[in-house]
Design a protein around this ligand. Sequence first.
Ligand code: ADP
Length: 255
Amino acid sequence: ERAKVQSALLHNEREPKIALEKEKELNELKTRFVSMASHEFRTPLSTILSSASLINRYTDAEQQERREKHISKIKNSVAHLTNLLNDFLSISKIEEGKLRLHQEPIEINSFCKDIIEEISLNVKDGQQVHCTLLPEPAVLRFDKTMIRTILYNLLSNASKYSAESTVIELKVGVEDEHLELTVLDEGIGIPESEQKHLFDRFFRATNAGSIQGTGLGLHIVKRYVDLIGGNITFTSRQFKGSAFNVKLPLQHGEG
Ligand code: ADP
C-alpha cells in the first residue's frame, strides 16, 4: 500500500514536471525557429521584390525571356518559403505529439512520378532525375503526406547538394513486406566525422557552406520514418555523393 502511495506521489509530481519541460522545449524550439526564419525569409523575400520590380521594367515585347527568368525566380522563392513554413508546421506537430497516421491507398508508381515531375521543375541546370519504378503499378496503404515529405526532402537535398549537370536517381522497390526508396546523388557528400549528427534537429554539415537550408528536413524525415515504423540509412563520401535508403513496412487492412 505504501509503495502504491509513494508511486502515486512520484507520478503526480513527475507529470507536471514533464509537461513543463516539454512546454519549455517547445518554446525554445519556437524561439529558435523565429530567429532562423527571420534570417532565412529575408533572401527569398528580397529576390521576390527585386524580380517583381524588374518585370515591371521589361515592357518591350522582345523582353519576354527576361520576364520569364524573373517569374521563375519568384516561383522558386515562393516554393522555398512554403517549404520553410511546412517544415516548421511539421516539427511543431511532431513535438506536440499530435501526429497521427492517415493511411490511404496510393498507387506508388504514379505517386513517385508526380513527385519527380515536381522536383524536375526545380533542379539545377543540366541535372537529370532518373527513376526506376516498380515493374508494375501497385496500390499500397501509406500516409500520403508523410511519404511525400520524405521523398521530396531526400530528392531536393540530392539536387541542392549536387553540382549542375549531375544525375540524381530514385529507385523504388518492394521487398520482404517493405516499400524501399533509394535516393542517390553525385554531390558534395557529408564529411565522415559529421555523419552521426545528420538527423539532429537544425544540424547542417560544415561543407553545406552558403547553400540555403535550415537543418530541419532530415530530422523531419527521420521522425516520419520512425512513426511509420520504418528505417532510414545512408552512405556518403565527401566529393563523391550520397545514397539514402528508406524502408517502410507495408500496411495491411484498414487504419
Ligand atoms: P537543410 O538542407 O535544410 O540544411 P536537412 O535536414 O535536409 O537540412 O539536411 C541536413 C544537412 O545534411 C544539410 O545541411 C547538409 O549539410 C546535409 N545533407 C543532407 N542531404 C545531403 C546530400 N544529399 N548531400 C550532401 N549533404 C547533405
